[in-house]
Design a binder for this molecule. Structure first.
Ligand SMILES: CC(=O)N[C@H](C=O)[C@@H](O)[C@H](O)[C@H](O)COP(=O)(O)O
Length: 232
């Protein structure tokens, strides 16, 4: 997945595209356009995607939409891994988790059941990323920068967090999965809305760039255009 684009295909409660078949088709369309990986949410969507795409899938579940809601418990992680994802994305912040386990215990518990599945920590800051590395995660994501209260929500990616995480991942002692000599991969995710931003993320050292809304959320994209037209 190095140097490649991952496309996040997610629809939200109440939306017309919230349907596993639809999301699987969107994932297929993204792969046809060059996505080297897919990120998906919800067990039914993940199972449907697994049937039609062979690129790596980053799977997650969302439980609510505040606090720790991205694959919050060990049981959620196991359920996501059971769908056949190569990577499980989970909340990688330092906040208390609803099942009372630490991030390290969650990672260890998942590894015990699924030794080959990689763990992507969705972090909100460089401080989160440091703690996530210590907890043994395989991949750092900037996913939650601007969503945890620790950082301002920037227009576009939070470049300060991107740079900080890339530096952290490349620092001495921070090494990738067992036996690998690569720095820990940093996936830049969150408000990457333009091709220029995606390219900039790679220039700044991102291993991969994850784009969701700007590719797979027609309601948001339509709103951007509608507002521009209305303001003209
Ligand atoms: C904060 C949060 O819950 N992020 C979620 C994580 O899976 C998704 O809602 C985002 O769409 C995804 O991260 C991709 O980001 P963007 O849609 O901005 O390209």
């Amino acid at each position: 997945m190095r140097g490649g684009l991952v496309v996040s295909c997610q629809a939200y409660p109440g939306e017309p595209m919230l349907d596993p078949r639809t999301m699987a088709q969107v994932a297929q369309a993204a792969v046809a356009g060059g996505a080297v990986g897919i990120r998906g949410k919800g067990l039914d969507d993940l199972r449907a995607m697994r049937e039609v795409v062979s690129v790596p899938i980053i799977g997650l579940v969302k439980v609510g939409d505040t606090g720790v809601y991205i694959t919050p418990t060990l049981a959620d992680c196991i359920a996501v891994a059971e769908t056949g994802c190569e990577i499980v994305a989970l909340d990688g912040t330092r906040r208390p988790r609803p099942d009372g386990l630490s991030l390290a215990e969650t990672v260890a518990g998942l590894r015990e059941r699924f030794p080959d599945v990689l763990v992507m920590a969705d972090c909100g800051s460089v401080g989160d990323a440091e703690a996530a590395l210590a907890a043994g995660v395989d991949i750092l994501g900037t996913t939650l920068a601007g969503y945890t209260g620790e950082r301002e929500k920037t227009d576009g990616p939070d470049w300060e967090v991107v740079d900080g995480m890339v530096a952290l991942a490349g620092s001495a002692g921070a090494r990738g999965p067992a036996g690998s000599d690569c720095p820990v991969p940093v996936f830049v995710e969150g408000r990457v809305h333009t091709t220029a931003q995606a390219a900039e993320a790679v220039r700044r050292g991102a291993w991969s760039v994850v784009v969701g809304t700007a590719i797979t959320h027609p309601t948001s994209i339509t709103r951007w255009f509608a507002e521009a037209v209305a303001a003209a």
